[in-house]
Write a protein that binds this ligand. Structure first.
Ligand code: FAD
Ligand code: NAI
Length: 469
């Protein structure tokens, strides 16, 4: 058997690869087992990165077609070159996954290619696609195997016409009619991509609202904005099945969530985006005795330790929001814990962003949560219609909403709908990390003219009043 490692990580997504880098930086001897040909996991290969490449390109396409005239730029209607747009996406992915290769070499991380499974405490088996199995001896193991798309019973995904996000990132042509099942982050982001490129998009959502978990006022207003862009919604509805027709099209059977008469929607492509589930297959968790929770996630304690000593888990495979930055921060925390430091993630200040246009960004508590918890809160709001920079950019849709404790003025949550909301949210994330008050934000000078001034104005609204409204 080869050398012993201090740490072996199964999975090289944002959780696993970041954990590996930090552990190596802290002096541990690190191995990573990855079954895919490229590093970076879901996020870099088929998630965050390719979706943002298409969101960016399709947003510019839409703007060139509909937004330039008002700014005094007369150009002919833009022509879509989908092949080139997909090439841009592929280049973006290649450059990012290549970056992780470089970081592995730089940090002297040993990569094993194949399926990793836990053979017992301190033993990881690597089964490559071809060739012989190898065994790694290791002091500690981190499970970072991520998640996969959930599916509906009776619906067969072919990734061509009935697709998950993976197929929706690869369509060879713009579908005339796209039905999206699930009004969550994937449905709205990828629905936006194809709508901007010309598809007629209908989103079917089980609940009576979009983006569950986000502030409901934000979700309501955001839904109106998407409707204005042409996206159609069928809320409180569930998909009973998707039938392929002889002419190659699809019929999506939809019924009221509470049951009732079935109607059909014609479509060329159906995107199933009803959530993701933790991926634990083939890891040998039962043999190793690693316990799962009631939802099939690996159960961990506050220090990411599973039910078995020396085995840890992070990222999408454990509880919590399925977000790349949450996985990364858990990776860093575990590495620090294994190096004898006090690794920690502040789950109260994890931002979430929907990268549509406008963007939706949030951190901390929603108003719905504060109400349910009986917290005495106050609301400071400021619309982008009253922000000078937003007017100049013709981006005055949306608003900033900050929630603070009535008694202490401490900021408890913030929600932004607007252009660049995903970049702007971070000043509030930082403020919350320091347990800051709304007054701290209100007394901080913000450059003029910036969209971020709307955040300061919302904070001012929590005190003596906003200036520009
Ligand atoms: P993953 O990224 O899923 O990585 C797990 C890795 O483990 C994979 O490489 C897999 O091959 C490997 N693996 C699994 N089992 C084994 C095994 N037995 N042996 C060897 N290797 C194994 N999050 C954001 O924060 N922002 C976004 O904009 C965003 N956009 C998204 C868009 C889409 C379309 C999707 C699908 C997801 C998006 N996410 C986004 C979510 C994000 O991708 C995940 O939260 C993140 O990738 C989780 O990281 P992870 O390391 O836990 O797992
Ligand atoms: P999601 O959990 O965000 O949304 C799924 C939606 O489908 C929910 O609104 C749910 O009510 C609905 N739904 C469930 N069953 C249904 C049914 N039978 N019929 C109709 N609707 C149904 O999941 P999504 O969008 O698939 O994304 C998965 C994960 O990926 C999310 O947890 C998200 O955190 C992550 N992600 C993050 C992104 C980001 O940060 N920008 C982008 C894309 C994904």
């Amino acid at each position: 058997m080869a050398d012993q490692f201090d740490l072996t990580i199964i999975g090289a997504g944002p959780g696993g690869y970041v954990c590996a880098i930090r552990a190596a930086q802290l002096g541990l001897k690190v191995a990573v087992v990855e079954k895919w040909a490229t590093l970076g996991g879901t996020c870099l290969n088929v998630g965050c990165i390719p979706s943002k490449a298409l969101l960016h390109a399709s947003e510019l396409f839409e703007e060139a077609g509909h937004g330039f005239k008002a700014l005094g730029i007369d150009i002919p209607a833009p022509q879509l070159n989908l092949k080139q747009m997909m090439a841009h996406k592929a280049d973006t992915v290649a450059s990012n996954v290549g970056g992780v290769d470089y970081l592995f070499k730089k940090n002297k991380i040993t990569l094993f290619r194949g399926i990793g499974s836990i053979a017992g405490t301190g033993r990881v088996l690597v089964t490559p696609q071809s060739g012989t199995q190898q065994e790694i001896a290791t002091k500690n193991i981190v499970i970072a195997s991520g998640s996969v798309s959930a599916n509906l019973p009776g619906i067969e995904i072919d990734e061509q016409q009935i697709v998950t996000s993976t197929g929706a990132l690869e369509l060879a042509e713009v579908p005339r009619r796209l039905v999206v099942i699930g009004a969550g982050v994937i449905g709205l982001e990828l629905g936006s991509v194809w709508m901007r490129l010309g598809a007629q998009v209908t989103v079917v959502e089980y609940l009576d609202r979009i983006l569950p978990g986000m502030d409901s006022e934000v979700a309501r207003q955001f839904q109106r904005m998407l409707q204005k862009q042409g996206m159609e919604f069928k809320l409180s509805s569930k998909v009973a099945g998707v039938d392929k027709q002889e002419d190659g099209s699809l019929k999506v059977r939809v019924e009221p969530a509470k049951g009732g008469e079935v109607e059909t929607i014609d479509a060329d492509v159906a995107l199933v985006a009803i959530g993701r589930k933790p991926f634990t297959e083939g890891l040998g968790l039962d043999v190793a005795g690693v316990a799962l929770d009631e939802r099939g996630r690996v159960r961990v304690d506050g220090a990411y330790k599973t039910s078995v000593d020396g085995i840890y888990a992070i990222g999408d495979v454990i509880a919590g929001p399925m977000l790349a930055h949450k996985a990364e921060d858990e990776g860093i925390a575990v590495a620090e814990i294994l190096a004898g430091q006090a690794g920690h993630v502040n789950y109260a200040a994890i931002p979430a962003v929907v990268y549509t246009n406008p963007e939706v960004a949030s951190v901390g508590k929603t108003e719905d949560e504060l109400k349910a918890e009986g917290v005495e809160y106050k609301i400071g709001k400021f619309p982008f219609t009253a922000n000078g920079r937003a007017k100049a950019m013709l981006a005055s849709q949306g608003f900033v909403k900050i929630l603070a404790d009535v008694n202490t003025d401490r900021v408890l949550g913030a929600h932004i709908v607007g252009k660049n909301a995903g970049e702007m949210i971070h000043e509030i994330v930082t403020l919350m990390e320091f347990s800051g008050a709304a007054e701290d934000l209100a007394r901080t000078t913000h450059a003029h003219p910036t969209l971020s001034e709307a955040i300061r104005e919302a904070a001012l609204a929590l005190g003596d009043g906003a200036i520009h409204i």
